[in-house]
Design a protein around this ligand. Structure first.
Ligand SMILES: Cc1ncc(COP(=O)(O)O)c(C=O)c1O
Length: 411
């Protein structure tokens, strides 16, 4: 046990608790999976729920479809409660890419309208914005964010400076992909609204990593993934839209969820299509497999059982240990913010003094450690490490030892 490990505030009892939790997940026990930032690992209970749904359907794909839909509706209710959002305002989507495309291509645009985003957005989402520029003549402005920023206010200030009279929409990641930076979306929503603009949040990494309260944030649109930190089946995500802005969304693909006379208001004033909440119609575009959505309920149940605050705290604890140990090596430049509000379970580093090794591949081939590494030897490779509830201190020690071996040529 290293000295750093000894002084780290954990107990044998706590580690035994997390070991038990980890044992229920399906990753190979002899590997270190430190890449929940790309995809989470399924818990056996979620996998079983998925398989049960698939089996249930195949007994009679026609008659049993109703049971699939009932499971999906249950999952939407559970997810809504988990996110503090009304289920009626949630569309289940295949992923956050679809959710954001639904907003960007679902809104009406005038040439010259501006979308204000940051320079830290995920590549596929940035492509979506680029396409909108080409197709609708909108102008995309990118507020620069220094990595790491010192304070959340720096991010808000950068967006404020880039606003113009033509800004109609802000788009920002809640947790950014390259460095795991947490952005102050409540303050950015207030900024957008004070300016008469809307805001859409790319919440790819947030659900299941940090506790979320979509009502409190007040963002117009919030897209999220369930297949990263929530550890739900791959191909599960959602789009949440506040009731006042739902009627601004055109469907990006038209299917049964369409009324030739247009959406209507029910007695309570809620927007509906064919008697169902407007947002639900964005989920079913033709036929698709639905068991994966049903299994989201099981993933949410597991999070509720452990507790979202406790999950976030565990990820942060492991990340804190990782950052401390990496700093002690002397060959690492931290890219994650030390500010407690600006980072949680994703840690990113610039690795100094490594040769031309294909580091990510080497870490896996020789040490069975999975973390993404990109960039060049100069100015240094960038490594992103995700610490989730199935990870532990020992894996971090092993990863640093492996990097040290590679760096000194002992591998
Ligand atoms: C910030 C961010 N946005 C969007 C995505 C896209 O996620 P998906 O491919 O599940 O739609 C990712 C994936 O890593 C991401 O990190």
């Amino acid at each position: 046990m290293s000295d750093a490990k000894k002084v780290w505030p954990t107990t044998n009892k706590a580690e035994a608790y997390w070991r038990d939790i980890a044992a229920g997940f399906m990753h190979a026990p002899d590997e270190s999976y430190l890449n929940t930032g790309s995809w989470g690992v399924l818990h056996r209970s979620v996998f079983d729920s998925l398989v049960k749904g698939l089996e249930e359907l195949e007994g009679n794909p026609t008659r049993n479809r109703g049971r699939q839909i009932a499971r999906l509706n249950q999952a939407r209710r559970d997810l809504g409660a988990f996110l503090n959002a009304a289920p009626a305002d949630l569309a289940l989507t295949t992923n956050v890419t679809i959710a954001i495309n639904q907003v960007i291509h679902g809104l009406d645009w005038q040439p010259g309208d501006e979308i204000l985003t940051s320079d830290q957005e995920y590549g596929a989402i940035d492509n979506c914005l680029h396409h909108a520029e080409r197709r609708y003549g909108v102008v995309v402005q990118r507020a620069p964010i220094s990595i790491p920023p010192a304070e959340p206010e720096q991010i808000v200030d950068s967006f404020r400076r880039a606003l113009t009279t033509r800004t109609r929409l802000l788009l920002v990641s809640h947790v950014t992909s390259p460095s795991g930076l947490i952005t102050p979306i409540k303050e950015l929503a207030e900024l957008a609204h004070a300016h008469g603009a809307m805001i859409v949040v790319d919440g790819a990494h947030a659900p299941g990593q940090i506790p979320l309260d979509l009502t409190y944030y007040g963002c117009d649109f919030y897209g999220g993934n369930c297949h990263k930190w929530l550890c739900a089946p791959k191909g599960t995500g959602f789009l949440h839209a506040q009731p006042p802005v739902q009627d601004k969304l055109h469907p990006i693909a038209v299917s049964h969820g369409y009324d030739k006379d247009g959406p209507k208001r029910n007695d309570a004033g809620a927007l509906c299509i064919n008697g169902q909440p407007f947002m639900w119609q964005l989920t079913s575009i033709g036929t698709r497999e639905m068991s994966c959505f049903g299994a989201v309920a099981e993933a949410v149940a597991l999070q509720n059982e452990i507790g979202k605050e406790q999950i976030a705290a565990r990820g942060r604890q492991l990340a804190g240990y990782l950052r401390q140990r990496m700093a002690e090596t002397g060959w690492v430049e931290p890219l994650s913010s030390p500010h407690p509000d600006l980072a949680n379970s994703i840690s990113t580093f610039r690795l100094k003094g490594f040769g031309a090794a294909n580091l990510g591949q080497l870490l896996y081939d020789k040490y069975r450690i999975t973390t993404p590494v990109w960039g060049e030897a100069e100015p240094g490779y960038t490594q992103r490490v995700s610490t989730h509830i199935y990870n532990n201190f020992g894996e971090i020690d092993r990863m640093i030892a492996a990097l040290d071996e590679i760096r000194t040529g002992r591998d």
